[in-house]
Design a protein around this ligand. Structure first.
Ligand SMILES: Cc1cc2nc3c(=O)[nH]c(=O)nc-3n(C[C@H](O)[C@H](O)[C@H](O)COP(=O)(O)OP(=O)(O)OC[C@H]3O[C@@H](n4cnc5c(N)ncnc54)[C@H](O)[C@@H]3O)c2cc1C
Length: 632
């Protein structure tokens, strides 16, 4: 047991609201219950603010409580009603039924909050098998569901390790840009993240840890690229073509789950003369330890999340860096970005009953109401505002931030402030990017790139800048879901054909008419615009839905299920109507250069609802939406 001063430091590092909630849940202390924090209107959400006296009281009581060496396992898990009471206290507001469809699960009190279950007798015919394509966050979550249910499965992974994007991307300073406490599965409690925003190696190690702990790892076949999958109507099974390191084989599966990631296929640098360039060109997703930038004339093309993340590290050692920016981004700071989690806080997360749960919940509150920032307010606009009170407030704060970061340099401010509203594109997190632009060895170029020569990049004004290394931070072919694997459904139609004609669409982001027993994870329009839950929790939700589908088919003796065209159409019509209410599709939202919107002018990445509404749709499969074929 550490001493008092260690514990005092620990509570000082803790989030005050999470500490209060954990303490109250464990002790039901009336004095703690009487504390009423203020909700202060903010740019993306209201902040929950405690007075100094209340903060001191919470900390003092927490220290005494921790000195009593509490044991979480001896305390009761709260009922749903108790959780609701606690949620209202945590948010300092009353919550209605529409707020409580998913929210009560977010603190993750149960062991496996989104795990599918057998409803009756467990029946698995001999030879029954599920194939999962990809061993990233999504594929491992699917494996955990099936391992827990005892359904046989294999994960096919083309690489030699798990992790997906967290195995692939190793460029300088790569890390998460959503706080680690929300970028984790809800079933894996109290993982000791080393930083508030985990580094790539930490996330890869986490996925590896989960794969081992939950009995998934031994089901992975590495070095196995699925090039093709074909549904066979007579057998109602899929045949998958597996490209191994040395041979091509075929395997059969009853169900196929594509967990192949949206950020798997790098966008190639498309510049006239690129093949004449004699220096080195590296896409950020192909970064390796042989890439040498120290002392070099470097070009960084792109200012999305990746380009912004790596610039400051490159600029520290390169002779010069030219940053080529096509469209300015809204780039914002994050509290505790790059900061290690102290030993004291690590200890508190492990020892303070329920702190992990409330810390996770409170971390998610930053995004739970984000949809409000995405909805234009007609009255506000009629009165001279641009989007809404919050969105305009956010713009003002970010413009001030840009100005402060570049020391008020008007030449840079003019190039950096976007002409479209904040939040219309994926928010980019600042890793000293703006400040790096003020270095003597860094130049920001906004004149479009015209071509490349053997040694230089030439912009449309004719200026040639000598370049030795080009870092292509140009992103991924996000519109090509689960590409290049060819999925042949009923009648030999490929998914690619269907999507080329109408853009990528799916029912709940998971199923497509004509493709029986095929499910996808992180598919089109799958991540809700605001939910308070990080993507890993959504992987649990979607995999829970898919696992329920599998269990349902097994229990009812069905060989296959396929989404009905009418259900698919109705869902997608509603989705696109709902999406029209959001700023993504407004004329001034830089739509044409925004991977949130596809070439058909439709929202592509996100589900337009908030998490509660979307969770209601995908908590459990609705059988009336599917056609079934009975097993022979
Ligand atoms: C650099 C970077 C940083 C990111 N940071 C964040 C963040 O901070 N927060 C956040 O919420 N999201 C972030 N994302 C989004 C990220 O994609 C998801 O959070 C998540 O990791 C996706 O997991 P996944 O399993 O769906 O896909 P992936 O991680 O891409 O995994 C897919 C796996 O499938 C394998 N695969 C693909 N096709 C085949 C095939 N045909 N045969 C065999 N194997 C195949 C791939 O090799 C890969 O291992 C980031 C993305 C990138 C690229």
């Amino acid at each position: 047991m550490p001493g008092r001063s260690f514990i005092e430091r620990a509570v000082e590092c803790a989030d005050t609201n999470a500490l209060r909630m954990a303490l109250y849940q464990a002790t039901r202390d009336a004095e703690i219950a009487a504390i009423t924090p203020e909700r202060v209107f903010g740019p993306t959400t209201d902040a929950i603010v405690f007075s100094d006296e209340d903060t001191a009281l919470i900390r003092a009581k927490a220290v005494e409580y921790l000195l009593s060496e509490p044991d979480e396992s001896a305390l009761p898990v709260p009922s749903r009603d108790e959780i609701v009471e606690l949620l209202e206290m945590a948010e300092a507001r009353t919550l209605g039924p529409d707020d409580l469809i998913m929210r009560h699960k977010l603190p993750a009190f149960s062991d496996l909050p989104y795990q599918a279950q057998w409803h009756g007798e467990k029946v698995i015919p001999e030879g029954y098998h599920v194939a999962i394509v990809g061993a990233g966050f999504a594929g491992i979550a699917m494996g955990v569901q099936l391992a827990n249910l005892g359904v046989p499965f294999t994960i096919y992974e083309r690489r030699v390790e798990v992790g997906g994007v967290w195995s692939i991307n190793t460029y300088p300073d790569v890390r998460v840009d959503t706080v680690s406490f929300t970028y984790e599965y809800a079933f894996e409690k109290k993982y000791p993240w080393t930083e508030y925003f985990a580094r790539q190696s930490d996330v890869r190690a986490y996925i590896d840890h989960v794969a081992h702990k939950y009995g998934v790892y031994e089901h992975i076949r590495f070095g196995s690229d699925i090039t093709q999958a074909r549904f066979d109507e007579p057998t109602q099974r899929w045949t998958l073509t597996v490209q191994g390191e040395e041979s091509v084989t075929e395997v059969e599966a009853n169900v196929v789950v594509a967990a192949s990631g949206v950020f798997a296929t790098p966008r190639e640098l498309s510049v006239e003369g690129v093949s004449d360039f004699t220096g080195q060109i590296v896409h950020t997703a192909r970064w390796n330890e042989d890439v040498e930038y120290a002392g070099k004339k470097v070009a960084v093309i792109g200012n999305g999340s990746t380009g912004v993340q790596l610039l400051s590290k490159i600029a520290e050692k390169a002779e010069s860096v030219t940053v080529y920016q096509r469209t300015p981004q809204w780039i914002s700071p994050r509290t505790n970005y790059g900061v290690p989690i102290s030993d004291e806080l690590q200890w508190l997360i492990q020892k303070m009953p329920f702190y992990w749960n409330w810390n996770k919940y409170v971390a998610g509150l930053a995004t739970i109401d984000l949809r409000n920032v995405l909805m234009p307010d007609a009255e506000w606009i009629a009165n001279g505002g641009q989007i809404s009170k919050r969105n305009d407030m956010l713009r003002e704060i970010l413009v001030g931030y840009i100005s402060a970061q570049v020391d008020g340099r008007q030449d840079l401010i003019d190039k950096l402030v976007p002409d479209y509203p904040p939040m219309t594109r994926r928010p980019v997190v600042d890793n000293n990017w703006y400040a790096s632009l003020t270095r003597n060895n860094v130049e920001l170029v906004t004149t479009p790139i015209a071509r490349m020569t053997d040694t230089a990049i030439v912009t449309s004004d004719g200026e040639a800048r000598e370049t030795e290394l080009v870092i292509a931070a140009v992103g991924f072919q996000t519109e090509k879901y689960i590409w290049p694997t060819q999925y042949f459904g009923l009648g030999g139609v490929t998914l690619e054909d269907v999507w080329t004609a109408q853009g990528a669409q799916a029912h709940l982001g998971m199923t497509v008419p004509g493709f029986p027993n095929m499910f996808m994870l992180y598919g089109p329009n799958s991540q809700p615009v605001a939910s308070g839950a990080g993507l890993p929790v959504w992987f649990e939700v979607w995999t829970g839905y898919i696992a329920e589908c599998i269990v349902g088919m097994l229990e009812k003796g069905r060989a296959s299920m396929v989404i009905r065209k009418d259900a698919f159409d109705e869902y997608n019509e509603q989705l696109h109507e709902e999406a029209k209410k959001l700023i993504y599709l407004m004329p001034n939202s830089a739509m044409e250069k925004n991977y949130y919107v596809n070439e058909f002018g439709r929202l592509q990445m996100n589900a337009p609802w908030n998490g509660e509404k979307y969770y209601e749709l995908c908590e459990k499969p609705d059988e009336s939406h599917y056609d079934f074929t009975d097993a022979q």
